[in-house]
Design a protein around this ligand. Structure first.
Ligand code: MLT
Length: 402
């Protein structure tokens, strides 16, 4: 008789963005006349860079001829892409990463969710609170947590590092010692960053306690200020304690195309070899044409084009930040990040304000409490929308007032 994985039953509700989408669709069905503006999930809206499109066309043509046709991709990804990644994302920033430490995949979300397989079930995980739900949910599914306490919204066994207004929305070293520390900077959902010194502090801490940092750097392309690390490998000693996840989704608009990569330095030899083994066993690689498109992102024209699009989204972020502040809300993020995080009016919950904003303004946000209990009282807006619609959404929020 089969028995199902009991740990799935510990998950609370549906995946955050599925719940948001369900509520949005229910409202739209009931009010077809409302022009809804969706600033919830961080999904891009601008077309792919022309250099990427050209590479996709070329890749398709190559697949049509026997001489250039490609079957299965190499386990770790095509060397042309891994070498380009190393040159541009690491060597250019003075980081030591080698091409055989880069594992190409179909996106950072899967890698962030799957990486926990490499560690024993007893591993204690530490997460920021609020947090991108994938880190916690994937550990819940794997049985690495107890149940979620409905009063606190916290899973038993997980070490939460609250990021609140009082501590500048930055995690502090936890009292209990974790084995795995998930960090995401620029941060999702709050939009904050760590300075190089602050991140170095985390690397030193992880080395001291023997923990691994799982560093999600999916939003690094939005960093505009000096002194903010784009990669954890800018920190001394990080090769001995950190795994880094990167994505082409937000950097180059690949949310629908799917491409990302994970770096596991050979200093963490067992983990490196295990991930290689896992890739070989469970994965057949991102499609050739997508990897070719990924390499096109790093050409001079590709770089110019993607930075133009990132500039477009950064302008949206500024519009949102200025707009919600002008409306009287306390807001952070939006400077080195596509996300703006703002406090809802007093007396309202995150979900209460979500409903209010949808009903009164036709704007969809993401409730902060969906990212964790310390997100209660906040919502997140994304800058990945269309510019005119973003301006309109902010105007509607302003009209509602704080
Ligand atoms: C978000 O909105 O937090 C992200 O788009 C989710 C994701 O990247 O999977």
């Amino acid at each position: 008789m089969y028995r199902i994985n009991p740990h799935y039953a510990k998950l609370t509700g549906s995946y955050l963005f599925s719940t948001v989408a369900q509520k949005q669709h229910a409202f739209q069905d009931a009010h077809p006349e409302v022009e809804i503006i969706r600033l919830s999930i961080g999904d891009v809206t601008q077309p792919l860079a022309p250099a990427v499109i050209a590479a996709l066309h070329e890749g398709v043509d190559e697949m049509s001829r026997a001489e250039t046709f490609k079957g299965y991709a190499p386990d770790l990804g095509y060397a042309f892409l891994r070498e380009t990644i190393v040159e541009h994302d690491y060597k250019a920033r003075g980081c030591h990463v080698e091409a055989d430490e880069v594992f190409v995949s179909d996106g950072a979300k899967c890698d962030c969710g799957n990486i926990q397989e490499l560690f024993v079930p007893e591993s204690r995980i530490a997460v920021c609170d609020p947090v991108y739900p994938v880190y916690v949910d994937s550990n819940v599914m794997a049985g690495r947590t107890g149940v979620c306490d409905p009063k606190t919204g916290r899973y038993e066994g997980v070490i939460y590092m609250p990021c609140t207004r009082e501590n500048g929305f930055k995690p502090e070293f936890p009292k209990e010692t974790p084995d795995l520390i998930y960090l995401c900077f620029p941060n999702n959902p709050i939009g904050g960053v760590l300075t190089k010194e602050e991140l170095q502090g985390w690397v030193d801490y992880a080395l001291r306690v023997g923990a691994i940092i799982l560093y999600d750097s999916a939003y690094e392309a939005f960093i505009g200020e000096e002194g903010i690390p784009h990669s954890i490998y800018e920190c001394e000693g990080a090769r001995g304690c950190a795994i880094e996840f990167r994505s082409f989704s937000k950097t180059a608009g690949f949310t629908g195309l799917r491409l990302g990569y994970t770096v596991i330095p050979k200093d963490l030899k067992e983990l490196h070899d295990m991930w290689a083994r896992r890739h070989g066993t469970k994965y057949n690689g991102a499609p050739y044409i997508v990897q070719k498109a990924g390499a096109a992102v790093y050409t001079p024209e590709g770089q110019r084009q993607i930075f133009e699009t990132i500039g477009y989204y950064k302008r949206n972020a500024q519009v949102i930040l200025d707009g919600v502040r002008a409306a009287g809300y306390y807001a952070v993020g939006g400077t080195n990040s596509p996300y703006v995080w703002y406090a809802v009016p007093e007396g309202m919950t995150s979900w209460g304000y979500f409903d209010y904003l949808l009903e009164k303004a036709g704007v969809v946000c993401t409730p902060g409490s969906g990212f964790g209990p310390s997100g209660e009282g906040y919502v997140r807006l994304t800058a990945f929308g269309d510019y005119q619609k973003t301006v309109e959404a902010v105007e509607r929020i302003r009209r509602l007032g704080a």
